[in-house]
Design a binder for this molecule. Sequence first.
Ligand code: DGJ
Length: 535
Amino acid sequence: MKRTCMGKTVILLLGLCLTAAQAQADDNPLPQLVTKDGHHALIVDGAPFLILGAQCHNSSAWPAMLPKVWPAIEYLHANTLEIPVYWEQFEPEPGKFDTSVVDTIVQQAREHNVRLVLLWFGTWKNGSSHYIPSWMKSQPDKYPRIIGKEGRRVDTPSPHAPATLAADIHAFSALMRHLKSADTQHTVIMVQVENEPGSWNTVRDYSPEAQKLFTSPVPSELLKAMGTNAPASGGNWSEIFGTNADEYFHAWSVAHFIGQVAAAGKQEYPLPMYVNASLRDPLKPGSANTYESGGATDNVLWIWKVAAPAIDLLAPDIYQGDSARYRKVLELYSQPDNALFVPETGGTTGQARMCFAALGHGAIGWSPFGLDYTKYANQPLGASRLTEESLGQVALNYKMLEPIMREVARLNFEGKLQAVAEEKGELTQTLDFGSWQAVVSYGVSRNGSPKGNSEPIGRALIAKIGENEFLVTGAFCRVDFKAVSGGQRDFLRVEEGGYEKGAWHPLYIWNGDETDWGLDFSSAPQVVRVSLGTY
Ligand code: DGJ
């Protein structure tokens, strides 16, 4: 009798606990990446979230350096900091984890009201393994580097080393387990697994273990992913992939390793996870020995998808200076099965506008690299000195987007948003919204014709929020509308304002000079809601 009562009490308590846990989960859901009709959203606190990001320099994630990081993040109005977790710091002795630095970062991020994307500098960092703990570095036979074609070791970790894989899984799982308990409020919204994995100076591993796998049958999952093009199974890598075999084999090997690390981490705590890629030239790629082989370059995204299903997205680090290449990369990495996220890019005045080009491809976030006030100058990729002036155009982006961040993320997810960046020589861009066309022009004054800005720095974002209603923001451009019906456009009402908790708060109405020639945006962060009619 007693036992039954106790049993009932336990069941009741358990029921209450589960209900409480469920309520908490509903109030405070895990960040996740969702896809619908080929559009993607990063859901944070239960709604689409746009990462207005900045990545700090490689050595800025030490507590001593953080005071030089936060002022830049604040000045930029960034809502997310991308910051490394160094394996060598996190596991100074085998199996002994030091969570103090990650805890400090999370704590300070909360104080600054900023979210975090943590970068796991694990087995791979820019193709090498310079962040593995010293107890691993001192055992190079146990945690080996690759053997190149000429039989010499190359400074890049072997993806075929079981001890390295086990150690990475162990450490990364410990990190995710710790985050699960230490970050119940989800300050950390996404995790990058490794950093620019792959290999420089060799297309693949030629060690005896690698040779054995290379001459074995290609995994059936990969053949299956080739669909109707799939050759009969049983062939080895050379037989199936010919001249691409070395690179494809390496991509599979690296991705398979990292997929296992990510899957183990997700078992502890399933935050969205991604892998960033050092790119090949998207227009004239050249052969695999001219770029970082094995990473998630555009030609092997499909291999990564099969080999590492625990990775939610593959993300391009875009340092391509010219816009044709930049735009091509955006196109290649924004796919129905791959959400576009730019985790690294240049933050210069000229490149700031490409944030809008990325949003035009449905990006869930955009984040220039090396934006902190530590003394390191990341030349030639970044500015020689980081000052408020050199950060100014990225800050302008984020000031424009901050008051509409949730709406931009939601409207992009719903496929209702278009955004553009100025291209030299292209004076106007026309965007199709069904019964309306939005016309963006650059370098205009009053009723003069567009001449383009002296440097292409213009950008605009337009979203359809009602039958004849649009949300518009931009910089160094004019936005106007044309009715497809042929009627003449009438601005019924143009309100400047912003959103708070999903509700639009108008500040004032634009009219007269502010609307007579179109909607002009210069260097001020302004968002308007426009109601249109015809006469
Ligand atoms: C790409 C890497 O992912 C970053 O960690 C950093 O090394 C940058 N290159 C710039 O140097």
